[in-house]
Design a protein around this ligand. Structure first.
Ligand SMILES: NC(=O)c1ccc[n+]([C@@H]2O[C@H](COP(=O)([O-])OP(=O)(O)OC[C@H]3O[C@@H](n4cnc5c(N)ncnc54)[C@H](O)[C@@H]3O)[C@@H](O)[C@H]2O)c1
Length: 255
């Protein structure tokens, strides 16, 4: 029997009592993070663009709570963090996971196409981080922000000038916010995934997929749960002296 060595089977409750917000938690890497965080004892509020609003009353629950949010809409992001504040007194953990891509060569890309990706992936991440950091500063318990970036920020993929600029911007922002919040016990880190099997990569041409696998030293794509477990580490007390880092989770492709 072949056993795929993808990591621990049952994480300990490292996030017991924590309120964690995960953007884009309806599928892919975000859904895996929601699952792993809930198993680790967190109360998770995850977003999707079309999920229904949660019931107005309630208490911390072991079941993840869906809340609608469009990262390209500042009012929608404010409503999400207002909900977290009113229901739970603020976030302890934020994972900025949601993102889009919309590819074209730079000389053929419209300004609208460039802005849409940067608005969602970079500005949306900034606004969520700002509101989460404000809540963490207000409640005074510290906190952790985990930004999901991409190996594309270093491989500089042709056809992804908007996405690469946004992800590289998020990595730079990670370090600025880590420095600004370090004395408050708020840690800000990033995860830079390589090739991961999700809906985002489902439409990748077969030849490109094969080429990416071939240039991955571990010789295989990653699983969303392998990214999720790295996100658990960075949010947990095990990473208590880790801030301002970009953790490569790419099967060695980032070397
Ligand atoms: N899959 C990969 O190979 C890979 C590689 C590197 C980085 N990443 C990054 O990992 C993260 C998750 O990617 P994935 O592969 O799971 O993608 P995915 O497309 O499967 O999921 C993206 C999530 O973001 C949400 N989303 C998109 N636009 C949104 C908006 N405007 N407002 C709110 N939510 C929105 C979607 O609903 C979905 O839940 C992204 O930041 C992506 O850039 C993925």
């Amino acid at each position: 029997m072949t056993v795929l060595e993808t990591g621990a089977s049952s994480p300990s409750p490292m996030l017991a009592g924590k309120i964690a917000v995960v953007t884009g938690g309806t599928r892919g890497i975000g859904a895996a993070i929601v699952e792993v965080y809930a198993e680790a004892g967190a109360t998770v509020v995850y977003t999707g663009r079309q999920v229904p609003r949660p019931e107005p009353t309630g208490h911390p629950t072991p079941q993840p709570i869906a809340h609608p949010c469009d990262l390209a809409d500042e009012g929608s992001i404010s409503a999400l963090f207002d909900f977290v504040h009113e229901r739970f007194g603020g976030a302890d953990v934020l994972v900025n996971n949601a993102a889009i891509h919309d590819n074209a060569a730079a000389h053929k890309m419209s300004s609208e196409q460039f802005r849409r990706v940067v608005d969602t992936d970079l500005v949306g991440t900034f606004l969520c981080s700002k509101l989460a950091a404000l809540q963490m500063r207000e409640h005074g318990r510290g906190g952790a922000i985990v930004n999901i970036t991409s190996i594309a920020s270093v491989t500089a993929n042709a056809g992804q000038v908007n996405y690469v600029a946004a992800k590289a911007g998020v990595e730079a922002m990670t370090k600025v916010m880590a420095r600004e919040n370090a004395r408050r016990g708020i840690r800000v880190n990033a995860i830079r995934p390589g090739l991961i099997h999700t809906d985002m990569t489902a439409d990748m041409p077969e030849q490109l997929w094969a080429q990416k696998v071939a240039t991955t030293p571990m010789g295989r794509p990653g699983d969303a749960h392998e990214v999720a477990r790295a996100a658990l580490f960075l949010a947990s007390p095990h990473a208590s002296y880790v801030t301002g880092v970009v953790l490569d989770v790419s099967g060695g492709r980032g070397m």
